[in-house]
Design a protein around this ligand. Structure first.
Ligand code: NAP
Length: 537
């Protein structure tokens, strides 16, 4: 019979409505890899405090291991169910000793009350035969296979699952390596199909390109995922921290009907979009998860993840222009800009729609700065009308700002490192072109507006600036698309020169508002966005 919570979920459709509803049975396991038993006991306590469901005790990491005495302590002292692993070097672990001793230790762990043990496929048949008739009722054997080179084809993975099941495994574990994010789709295929079998399956893909396997396993039927206690201390490449799993990606709220969103980029791990959108999804009770997507080839990515489960994406460097070509329909403004930063998948037929929301927040913040008051966006003439708007950069953000300002009636000049790109954009849009070197002596009039859309001044190169301080006196407002740091050298010097300054954070928040509303159909929680970005939430 349905629980009251389940009825609530069903009646609210995509809205979860209850903050801490757990929407899947996928477990979170914290690997415990300390070098001493005492430290392992401390770490197990930390794992429980952080929210793990079970701990994996990696015996092969202990510097000194007295089998019977230490196993008793570790199993008895654990505040959480225990998975005992004694990984040999030949399967990627640290143990380099006698096989009989290793397997005896695993048998003893079973007898001493461990909840699970992990045994490698290569030795699983003999091991499981050796404990036949002796297994405690709730005890489970995980039979694992690790591939540190690649992720095989679906057919090969299917055969591997069959071989593991044939050993008598209670749980199948397959860990492969991601050469491309699309490799993960094959592992999802395996875990989804495992749900109809009586043998649960753990399917994880190692490496940064495999990250989504560790998060979306809650949606695609994986038995468990691993979350580390500290960043950098991992038992396999690409493991996220417990904190990120639970509080960045809201793992407990991911279920089979959760819609997947994400930011497509390369690099992408620095992006703040996941924290922003996931906090916002949770705050309005929207049943979605937003993940980092390290993508090498966007067309290939969109082909592999073509189901309506993958409902929308943000797009960042270097994919904004290629993304446009992958869409079935593109918003006319985005088409004119030649780049998109947002893709929505229509649920009815899976068609992809591309938008460019990059300039919206920046242009309205610049208008606000010029007026010194909030722009209602109504019938009033934009304060940008007739002004000379100088854009530094001719890439995706440069084009977006130039088109946005042009639309508001500004006159445009483009300055770019590669002059030909400045010329091309200026010719298309109707404006002047400059080289970066010309910029310092460019002051045809006072009261101009300057927008830096290059990465100059971005962390870690915070001492760099695209224009010398003395030239800033001709500008009444200076905008910088860079938002790490919030106050760039350009903005500091512009302020000292008497200009109004607008931070790239406004652009970031503005594009995120727009995307959130397209993703969810709900109004964006603007205050929450600001708090997340200024670090107060
Ligand atoms: P993009 O398409 O790759 O364009 C980069 C532009 O920067 C090009 O004009 C490039 O000049 C120029 N550039 C790069 N490195 C330079 C250097 N060392 N010296 C001089 N010029 C340089 O990238 P994008 O998407 O437009 O993004 C550009 C910047 O805007 C990034 O820092 C990004 O983080 C920021 N951004 C911020 C937001 C926000 O929400 N605040 C949104 C989008 C982008 P060439 O043509 O000569 O290569």
């Amino acid at each position: 019979m349905d629980s009251p919570q389940n009825i609530l979920l069903a009646s609210e459709g995509l809205r979860v409505g209850v903050d801490d509803v757990r929407r899947s049975s996928t477990l979170i396991c914290a690997p415990i890899m300390a070098e001493s038993v005492d430290k392992m006991v401390v770490d197990m306590g930390n794992a429980k405090a952080l929210g793990a469901d079970l701990v994996e005790i990696r015996l092969d990491h202990l510097k000194c291991f007295n089998c019977s005495e230490h196993l008793k302590i570790l199993i008895k002292e654990s505040p959480l169910p225990t998975l005992i692993t004694y990984r040999p070097k030949w399967e990627g672990g640290q143990y380099d000793g006698d096989e009989k001793y290793r397997l005896d230790a695993l048998r003893l762990a079973m007898e001493l009350g461990a909840d699970y043990i992990d045994v490698e496929l290569q030795v699983a048949h003999a091991f499981i035969d050796s404990i036949y008739g002796k297994k405690p009722e709730k005890f489970k054997v995980i039979v694992s296979s690790h591939n540190y080179q690649e992720t095989p084809s679906v057919e090969a993975l299917g055969n591997l699952v069959a071989r593991i099941q044939a050993t008598g495994a209670d749980i199948v574990k397959i860990a492969t390596s991601a050469l491309d994010i699309t490799d993960v789709a094959r592992i999802f295929h395996i875990t989804v199909h495992s749900q109809v079998s009586t043998v649960p399956t753990i399917g994880l893909v190692m490496g940064e390109r495999g990250l989504i396997s560790r998060i979306l396993c809650a949606k695609f039927g994986g038995y468990l995922t691993f979350g580390t206690l500290d960043s950098g201390i991992v038992s396999a490449p690409g493991q996220p921290t417990m904190k990120d799993i639970l509080h960045l990606y809201n793992f407990r709220q991911i279920g089979t009907d959760t819609k997947v969103f994400g930011i497509i980029g390369k690099p992408v791990s620095h992006s703040k979009s996941p924290i922003l959108h996931n906090k916002a999804f949770k705050s309005v009770g929207f049943n979605g998860v937003y993940v980092h997507l390290l993508v090498d080839d966007i067309a290939n990515f969109l082909r592999s993840y073509s189901s309506v489960d993958f409902a929308g994406f943000s797009v960042t460097i270097p994919h904004k222009e290629a993304a446009l070509k992958c869409c079935d329909e593109v918003d006319p403004v985005a088409k004119a800009i030649g780049a998109i930063n947002c893709i929505i998948r229509r649920p009815t037929d899976g068609k992809l729609f591309g938008f460019n929301t990059d300039y919206v927040g920046a242009i309205s913040a610049i208008e606000d700065g010029l007026k010194g008051s909030h722009n209602s966006g109504s019938l009033t003439v934009s304060p940008l009308a007739g002004r000379l708007f100088v854009v530094i950069g001719a890439g995706g953000a440069g084009k977006a700002l130039a088109y946005g300002a042009k639309q508001k009636g500004a006159r445009i000049a483009i300055a770019n490192r590669t002059y030909d790109r400045a010329r091309e954009l200026a010719d298309t849009i109707g404006g002047d072109a400059l080289s970066l070197a010309d910029l310092d002596n460019f002051h045809p009039e006072d009261g101009m507006i300057l927008a830096n859309t290059t990465s100059i001044g971005m962390q870690p190169k915070v001492d760099e600036t695209p224009i010398s301080k003395h030239a800033l006196g001709s500008y009444s407002l200076v905008f910088d698309a860079v938002y790490t740091p919030k106050m760039t050298r350009l903005l500091k010097e512009a302020k000292e020169a008497g200009a109004t300054v607008v931070s790239g954070l406004e652009m970031f928040i503005g594009q995120a508002y727009e995307q959130f509303e397209r993703f969810t159909g709900l109004p964006a929680p603007k205050e929450l966005f600001r708090k997340v970005m200024d670090g107060s939430l």
